[in-house]
Structures are given as structure tokens and as C-alpha cells.
Design a protein around this ligand. Structure first.
Ligand SMILES: O=C(O)CCC(=O)C(=O)O
Ligand SMILES: [Fe+2]
Length: 236
């Protein structure tokens, strides 16, 4: 099974919405079999890592390392993460990173998806929908937000990475807004904000530089929020 874009994407209206608001949701991005293949290639047994930050430092653990940590140590760590999250930039979620260098990729469904997004026709479609012809490639990681996971407000702009747009391909079906895991775009001090709800095979695209966050997945969410995500970038 190879990856393919849904042939019925309404490119002109998607481009217009992205240009007008800086973000857009594209329903049914891939042909259904391709989205199913990618989702089913990321089961619990995949090599997930748990990532969390302390200030500018990023820590990476085995996905289940916290479960086997002594209770006191785990609770001290979680309290620190919660304190930081209430004030500054903080995240914790699970990831499988894909190398940017195509030579280091294997033929797994996730690595092949990264290569698909960086080559035509997908890259050509992404260039025309964003109007950004400086896009050379898409970097890529799978993300899994389990109950308690979140990502506080940030804008994706990192010096030297040459990120133009972020993409998030959501791979969780039947998600309810009350389970959390919502992609928010908070303004400066707006009493209402936009929330994007995960939806199977929906691609969210948004311009780098806008504040956004992923709300904490509720303790009662019956499953994890699964996505494949990255940035559309220029090479150096
Ligand atoms: O998963 C999402 O909806 C957004 C993730 C995100 O903002 C990021 O990884 O920088
Ligand atoms: Fe982000």
C-alpha cells in the first residue's frame, strides 16, 4: 500500500481559508486505506518515547518509565511539571521521531509517510495550498497524548529551523471535545478562542508564529490522541 492524497481535495478553498486565517483543517487528507495503514502501524508496541521539558532542556524516557518509577519520585516529577505548566512553557507527551535524513529512514509506514510528505505530489500540493514555494521538505514525528499529557502555549518559531507551516495529521477517530487534547489558538486576551478537535484523517495546517497549545487529555479519555505531525521547512 502506497500513500496517496485524496483526489477530491478542494485545493482552492483550502488555500483561501489558510491565507485568510493562518490555519485550516483539511478533512479526509489521505485516501482512506493510507490513513488506516498509518494509524494501525502506530500501536502500543511501537517504539514510543515519553518526552517532557524542564525549561529549555528536553528529557526523553521510555514511554512507560514513569509507571516503573518509585511513587515518590514520580509524584515529585509530576508536581514539578504541573507547577511549570501553570506558569511557562511545558509539555509532556509520547513521540516517535523520524530522522530528517532520508538515508536514515527505513520502510516502516511512519518513515514512508515522512518521505511521502516531502516528495511530489504531496509537497507540490502543500506548496500550492500554502503559497510557500520555499518549502523543501516536511519533518515528521508521531505523537501520542495519553491522559495527563499536554503542550502549553508556544509558537513553533525556532531560530535556524526554517519552519514555514506546521501540519498535524490526526489519526484518532471518534474523539470527543470533552476528552481534551484540543489544539487551541489563544489570542492575546480573548474571551473566546478557537479549538480544533482531533478527527481521523484530518490534516490541520497553520502558519508558524501563531500562539497555540494542546489542552491536557482528560484522565477519563478512553484512548490516546494519536497524530503524525511536523513542519514544512526549507533546507539551509
Ligand atoms: O498536536 C497538535 O495538535 C499540535 C502540536 C504542536 O503544536 C507541536 O508539536 O508543536
Ligand atoms: Fe506547535
Amino acid at each position: 500500500m502506497t500513500y496517496a492524497l485524496n483526489p477530491s481535495l478542494e485545493t482552492a478553498s483550502i488555500a483561501a481559508e489558510l491565507a485568510a486565517s493562518g490555519r485550516v483543517q483539511v478533512a479526509d487528507f489521505l485516501v482512506p486505506e493510507a490513513a488506516e495503514m498509518l494509524a494501525s502501524a502506530l500501536p502500543d508496541s511501537a517504539p514510543w518515547r515519553h518526552v517532557l521539558n524542564a525549561g529549555d532542556n528536553v528529557y526523553e524516557l521510555d514511554a512507560n518509565a514513569l509507571d516503573s518509577m518509585p511513587a515518590e519520585q514520580r509524584s515529585a516529577l509530576e508536581q514539578k511539571v504541573d507547577r511549570e505548566a501553570g506558569q511557562g512553557f511545558q509539555f509532556r507527551f509520547d513521540t516517535i521521531r523520524v530522522p530528517d535524513d532520508a538515508d536514515q529512514r527505513d520502510d516502516s509506514a511512519l518513515h514512508r509517510f515522512a518521505t511521502f510528505m516531502s516528495g511530489d505530489p504531496a509537497r507540490g500540493w502543500l506548496r500550492s495550498v500554502t503559497g510557500c514555494y520555499a518549502i523543501d521538505f516536511a519533518d515528521c514525528q508521531a505523537t501520542r497524548y495519553r491522559p495527563g499529557h499536554f503542550l502549553t502555549r508556544h509558537d513553533d518559531a525556532v531560530e535556524g529551523k526554517q519552519r514555514h507551516f506546521a501540519y498535524v495529521l490526526s489519526l484518532t477517530g471518534g474523539w470527543r471535545a470533552e476528552w481534551g487534547g484540543l489544539l487551541h489558538f489563544p489570542g492575546e486576551d480573548e474571551p473566546r478562542i478557537e479549538a480544533f478537535v482531533p478527527r481521523f484523517n484530518m490534516l490541520t495546517l497553520f502558519a508558524v508564529g501563531q500562539p497555540h497549545s494542546v489542552s491536557q487529555v482528560a484522565s477519563y479519555a478512553p484512548r490516546a490522541r494519536l497524530s503524525v505531525t511536523g513542519w514544512l521547512r526549507s533546507r539551509g
